[in-house]
Design a protein around this ligand. Sequence first.
Ligand code: KG4
Ligand code: ZN
Length: 340
Amino acid sequence: MSKKSFATLGIESSCDETGVGLYSSDRGLLAHKLFSQVDLHAEYGGVVPELASRDHIQRTLPLIRETLKVSNIKLEELTGIAYTAGPGLSGALLVGGSIAQSLAWGLGIPALGVHHMEGHLLAPLLDSSKPQFPFVALLVSGGHTLLVEVDGIGEYKILGQSLDDAVGEAFDKTAKILGLGYPGGPALAHLATRGEEGRFYFPRPMIDRPGLDFSFSGLKTFARNTYIKFPEEKASIAKAFEVAATETLTVKCRRALEQTGFATLIVAGGVSANLTLRQTIDEMAKKLNVNVHYPGPEFCTDNGAMIALAGHYRLISGQRNDHYEILVKPRWNLEELEAI
Ligand code: KG4
Ligand code: ZN
């Protein structure tokens, strides 16, 4: 590596995935490794915070070693360490934060706590065809549904958000009602491919009202009531739910694009892996002549690469944690971030 290059290690531990990534200023993403705790939490039907923290403790260092090895980079060559400081489960965040801060201290390099949703928001920039600022971002994960006006890195204005369940949470809860495993989103999407479109019609929450906020908690109740009446029609119920959720998201994206006049949309976070959502958004964007960017499939759900990237931009602009305090922010508003 040349002397002037930067190599940022990223650590993600906000929920049920341990992710590590390594981003270099001259060669881009060098490697990333992930360990999913899905099997650990499956028997409880959801994430058990204490088990998540304990597992992150076991996984993080081996994943860091593997990532460095695949990248052919030595620990001493790192120039900064980024970790997810929030939002997320506090115990889980503390694991990543402690490891990042201790390593940085030992190596004499800066550490920086980054915002998990900024990681998702910037994940499409890992792609070779990068979206250009400004753009509208739809962030759809298990904990958040946000429509954001993005004028640059750290220049975020929240245009709309869910007033109750996040859309990923609605997928997971509806999947649970239908007796599908955890995590439910991908399982529900899979079942929906066998459903009959139009067999049931679910409401599109809040699209008849002005504004860009969402509400998804009613959809799962609708799913439950339909399932009680038609228990043999799971696949068509899954389909009706998926179509209603994705059309609602698409209508609000269209409104946000019209309102801002922006010509670029990015869609990121776990639910952006959903193919029905991508199809519906692509059709809308084509009509509006808008470019849409999605992260690659492995960068939609939680991963360390997006944290390495977000941390990299901030670290090279001089941002870092002030001192050796292990900073975590389980609740953290995206709009509070500093611009770079
Ligand atoms: O971004 P993410 O990995 O974690 C959070 O930050 O929450 O998102 C996880 C969410 C879960 O609710 C999961 O069910 C959902 O994303 N998800 C999907 C799909 N893949 C993941 N939802 C619908 N369709 C999918 N293909
Ligand atoms: Zn996430």
